[in-house]
Design a protein around this ligand. Structure first.
Ligand code: NAD
Length: 282
């Protein structure tokens, strides 16, 4: 039996409908994005985020800065956005150019507005088991697992990729859900040995075809986060042959990607609640 495809577009539509209702109740909401330089992939993501926000009535601010901006000027801009009372969420699109200290810039975002969960405060809250803002991609993946009633507690979960934006926070969320979590990365020896054991296998690398069917346990749930642009379209990290062994699989496109956008809107609503005292922050 081929794997059931997890329909990220459908779940994302459901999330957007929930968020739209909350936006209506909360009144005016604002989300600012900051893009440094002109990376075409980042430009596409930013445009998707703005379109989705605008569609449900969230006001957006699109700040674009030259790739050679000085760190202090960028920090000053972040401070302006922090202080702007019309803005609930502030998102600095990564990766930043090499001359900038990315962690320092991200840490400058006011924690209540940090919808990507990349400030030390929010990352620390997640580590300590009391998450406040957590990034949209890991949260979106957890929502997919819940919607499809995939068992997390007691399951073996292997996360391939250890980035601050996907692999690490997702591993902590799975741990918080009582999975037994293994984190793999570029220096992992014998990746197959780790992946074959997984009831839930997440690939967040950016290398098409990295996960082949001989690396997947029969009946596993496979979450493909990878996005690589090719002439043939978008490719995930998971080889199509995996559909022959997995029970559940997220397609690329149409799996994790739409969830990231929808959950960012949800995070903006949460930010608005923090700022208005409707939800205690951390
Ligand atoms: P990253 O480059 O920051 O991290 C990649 C990770 O993969 C690293 O931790 C590295 O150690 C690991 N890695 C590299 N080669 C490996 C190998 N051969 N075996 C095992 N691990 C290896 O990337 P990221 O920002 O975490 O993104 C990962 C992928 O997910 C990219 O393709 C990105 O475009 C995609 N992405 C998708 C969404 C979405 O919404 N669908 C969101 C964010 C990122």
């Amino acid at each position: 039996v081929p794997a059931t495809l997890i329909d990220g577009r459908a779940v994302a539509a459901k999330v957007r409908a929930e968020v739209a209702e909350e936006v209506e109740q909360l009144g005016s909401l604002g989300l600012a994005t900051v893009l440094v330089g002109d990376d075409p992939a980042s430009d596409v993501y930013i445009r998707h985020k703005h379109r989705a926000a605008t569609e449900i009535g969230i006001r957006t601010v699109d700040r674009r800065l030259p790739g050679d901006i000085a760190q202090d000027d960028l920090l000053a801009l972040v401070e302006d956005l922090n202080a702007d009372d019309e803005l609930d969420g502030v998102l600095v699109q990564t990766p930043l150019p090499d001359h900038l200290d990315e962690l320092k810039v991200l840490a400058a975002v006011r924690p209540e507005k940090d919808v990507d969960g990349l400030t030390p405060r929010n990352a620390g809250q997640l580590l300590l088991g009391r998450p406040a803002h957590v990034g949209a991609t890991p949260l979106g993946i957890m929502r997919l697992l819940t919607e499809y009633k995939i068992r997390i507690a007691g399951a073996r979960a292997t996360v391939v990729g250890r980035s601050n934006i996907v692999g690490k926070p997702l591993s902590l969320l799975l741990l918080g859900g009582h999975a037994t979590v293994t984190i793999c990365h570029s220096r992992t020896e014998d990746l197959q040995r780790q992946t074959l054991d997984a009831d839930i296998l997440v690939a967040a690398v950016g290398q098409p075809g990295l996960i082949t069917e001989d690396m997947v346990k029969t009946g596993a749930t496979v979450i493909d986060v990878g996005i690589t642009r090719t002439d043939a379209g978008l490719l995930g990290d998971v080889d199509p042959g995996v559909a022959g062994v997995a029970a559940y699989l997220t397609p690329v496109p149409g799996g994790v990607g739409p969830m990231t956008i929808a959950v960012l809107l949800e995070n903006t609503v949460r930010a608005a609640k923090y700022r208005r005292g409707l939800l205690p922050f951390a």
